[in-house]
Design a protein around this ligand. Sequence first.
Ligand code: DGP
Length: 122
Amino acid sequence: MAYDDDNIFAKILRDEIPCDKVHETEHALAFRDINPQTPVHVLVIPRGRYESMDDFSTGASDAEIADFIRAVGEVARMMGVVDDGYRILANHGRDGHQEVPHLHIHIFGGKNLGRMIKPVDK
Ligand code: DGP
């Protein structure tokens, strides 16, 4: 599927809509989620036009991947959640309930997050 240049995170990257920025690097941008699920809820996105981990993992350069992953770790340190713990999560596609078609890693923290995934009916 072609990348949608009108998705909300593409607009944030182009400064067409505002965000509560917490960190930026050459290849990544981090900002607070508009609808936080936990006391700390930050999204880290690559600057490149990648829909999800699928095309990012195949199409991004080593420099983009390294910078992006390092940015995730740096944001967790900046948010002060390393000692108590945090969770990272990236949704892909329909079953993953991905809403915004631009790769984003959620960083959740600031409270006990419970177990990873609720059991669901098969
Ligand atoms: P996902 O289901 O993984 O695609 O989650 C998308 C997240 O993006 C969701 O937690 C809400 C957040 N979000 C959606 N629109 C905006 C926006 O305009 N600004 C910010 N900061 N976050 C947004």
